[in-house]
Design a protein around this ligand. Structure first.
Ligand code: SF4
Ligand code: SF4
Length: 112
């Protein structure tokens, strides 16, 4: 089991999550963060810290594609453990539909 970052992180990047992770397993791309599934120790500390409610346990149904996206980009993006400022329009994107399609060009996270 691991926790995964899902669609509502895209263009929000509030980054409250990275400060609490005891094993620094967050990785940051241009539009979102991901968790390295093979580094996450399933402590669950980050989940309630995310203002966008974007962090979910992979035991929730239907998150296979997001697990694949997290694993793929954790291997490509740089590690991040310190919070930085979110984008100025983060609140406008919180909960907006179609963010995955807009950011990655795919509606299916497994294909992104
Ligand atoms: S706190 Fe939530 S929205 Fe912010 S970077 Fe972490 S996962 Fe993404
Ligand atoms: S569940 Fe724990 S180890 Fe996994 S990403 Fe969140 S804070 Fe880090």
């Amino acid at each position: 089991m691991t926790y995964v970052v899902t669609e509502n992180c895209i263009r929000c990047k509030y980054m409250d999550c990275v400060e609490v992770c005891p094993v620094d397993c967050f990785y940051m791309g241009e539009t979102m963060l991901v968790i390295a599934p093979d580094e996450c120790i399933d402590c669950g500390v980050c989940e309630p810290e995310c203002p966008a409610e974007a962090i979910k346990p992979d035991t929730e149904p239907g998150l296979e594609g997001w697990l694949a996206l997290n694993a793929k980009y954790a291997a490509l993006w740089p590690n991040v453990s310190e919070k930085s400022d979110p984008p100025p329009d983060a609140a406008d994107w919180d909960g907006a539909p179609g963010k995955l399609q807009a950011a990655f060009g795919h509606a299916d996270p497994a294909a992104a």
